[in-house]
Design a protein around this ligand. Structure first.
Ligand code: GLN
Length: 205
């Protein structure tokens, strides 16, 4: 199967590795630039986006990761990973940077103190078989989307919490911790399509 990297500097990368396996993909923990070679997809996990940002820069991963995104390699970010993919973030920590690529404005820690963490069953466009059980943990929401961005799911109050733009997928919540791998299957279909095309073009996928 195609190999998908999971950025493993901080956060719930182990859960993503397990969920990728559940979706029929081979996962690879990425801590060094060389581990980004030959990937057909990349996952940015949940965790703390400020820490992941800092460590990504310290480990020399920022530029090669941006290179992957620029090359159109499919990427999936959950929660902190969504923040890392966003072009614009409201309520960043001082000095916080994102990788960018996704034409959205994300509000960090958007759901506020009272409801830091909550769960809800959400309809998810492109995911068959009933609502997806969504676990939100100090989660962001998507406040504005650019013209090329599709909203796939909304919170009960109507905030966009799952989006897709081309090969970029992001969720405010954490499908990697529920044992339901349907969102990872959706990502797997993006990865498999990319890997097929890369093979057909004679490139190393
Ligand atoms: N609040 C975290 C951040 O700003 C995200 C939380 C999460 O990934 N569960 O990065």
């Amino acid at each position: 199967p195609p190999v998908v990297g999971v950025l493993a500097v901080q956060g719930d990368f182990r859960e993503h590795l397990a969920a990728l396996a559940g979706a029929g993909l081979e996962g690879r923990a990425v801590r060094r630039p060389a581990e980004l070679e030959g990937l057909s997809g990349i996952v940015l996990p949940g965790g703390e986006s400020t820490t992941i940002d800092k460590l990504t820069r310290v480990f020399g991963l920022r530029e090669p990761l941006r290179g992957l995104l620029d090359a159109g390699v499919p990427a999936y970010g959950s929660c902190a990973g969504m923040i890392l993919l966003a072009d614009r973030v409201v309520d960043t920590a001082p000095g916080q940077q994102t990788l960018g690529g996704l034409d959205v404005t994300v509000r960090r820690n958007a759901f506020g103190r009272q409801v830091d963490s909550f769960e809800a069953d959400l309809d998810f466009a492109g995911v068959e078989g009933g609502p997806v059980h969504a676990v939100f943990i100090r989660a962001p929401w998507v406040e504005e989307v650019g013209p090329g961005v599709e909203v796939l799911a909304r919170s009960p109050e109507g905030h966009a919490v799952a989006v897709r733009q081309g090969n970029l997928l992001a969720t405010s919540f954490h499908p990697e911790i529920t044992g339901d791998h349907r969102v990872h299957h959706l990502f797997a279909s993006m990865v498999n399509e990319y890997a097929e095309k890369a093979r057909a073009n004679g490139r190393h996928a």
